[in-house]
Design a protein around this ligand. Structure first.
Ligand SMILES: C[S@@+](CC[C@H](N)C(=O)[O-])C[C@H]1O[C@@H](n2cnc3c(N)ncnc32)[C@H](O)[C@@H]1O
Length: 220
């Protein structure tokens, strides 16, 4: 992609999404906008450890690991995946394969490890383990705003505040997603919100309100 983009995180999200759209089994990859949000979260909160539930064919993992490699910053990346096709695809789709610690399911994770960012992008239902692997201000990100998983999470973290982050762009022509639909975003959840988290939450709430308003106008 030759487009000149000043926002580094946006450029990486676009390029990586395009790259993964070319891979076999790309139907379930993360949306471009979700990749962008995740990169921005990593930057803003200086994330050093990530748990991704549902590695799939590796779109999020490769995007974040590429970013950290480019920035020469350390990152611990742990993920879960059980699907045989995805486990094989991960080996070839990302040159950072050796940097991902892979478990078959969330309950197999070593609970001595704690994570700055937890990405939930799989249908696993054993989310209770998350409680054992959070730090004081861990951020959770649910790709595509899966409501049932959010209800589970809210039970685990009653003080949590959550905000949906949405895009005002429609799916790319080259994506496997329906072109007339809005690009998928996600839900940022501050498990035990600090003041900084709370301010961020309020800003995102406002952004989302404005975007929904713009969407309604664009849809008319
Ligand atoms: C939404 S996908 C995860 C996407 C992943 N986080 C990524 O960035 O590419 C959720 C789950 O769907 C399953 N899945 C994803 N792609 C698949 C495929 N091509 N074939 C079969 N199962 C797939 C995997 O078990 C995966 O954990």
């Amino acid at each position: 992609m030759e487009e000149h983009i000043k926002d580094e995180e946006l450029k990486i999200a676009k390029d990586k999404f395009y790259e993964f759209c070319q891979f076999e089994g790309c139907d379930h990859i993360s949306g471009e906008y979700a990749l962008y949000i995740l990169l921005k979260l990593c930057k803003r909160y200086k994330v050093e450890s990530v748990l991704e539930i549902g590695l799939g064919i590796g779109c999020i993992a490769d995007t974040l690991l590429f970013y950290y490699d480019k920035k020469n910053m350390p990152i611990k990346y742990v993920g879960t995946e059980h699907n045989t096709f995805c486990l094989e695809a991960l080996k070839t789709n990302t040159k950072f394969y050796k940097d991902i610690e892979i478990f078959d399911k969330v309950t197999s994770i070593n609970v001595e490890q704690k994570f700055d960012l937890i990405i939930i992008d799989g249908g696993g239902t054993d989310l209770e383990i998350i409680k054992s692997v959070v730090k004081k201000n861990t951020i959770l990100f649910v790709e595509g705003c899966r409501e049932s998983q959010f209800i589970e999470i809210k039970k685990l973290f009653p003080k949590a505040v959550a905000v949906d982050v949405i895009s005002n762009e429609k799916n790319r022509d080259y994506s496997p997603f329906i072109k007339s639909h809005w690009m998928g975003g996600g839900r940022i959840i501050f498990a035990n919100p600090s003041l900084k988290n709370y301010l961020h939450y309020l800003i995102e709430k406002l952004n989302t309100k404005i975007k929904y308003y713009k969407r309604r106008r664009l849809d008319v």
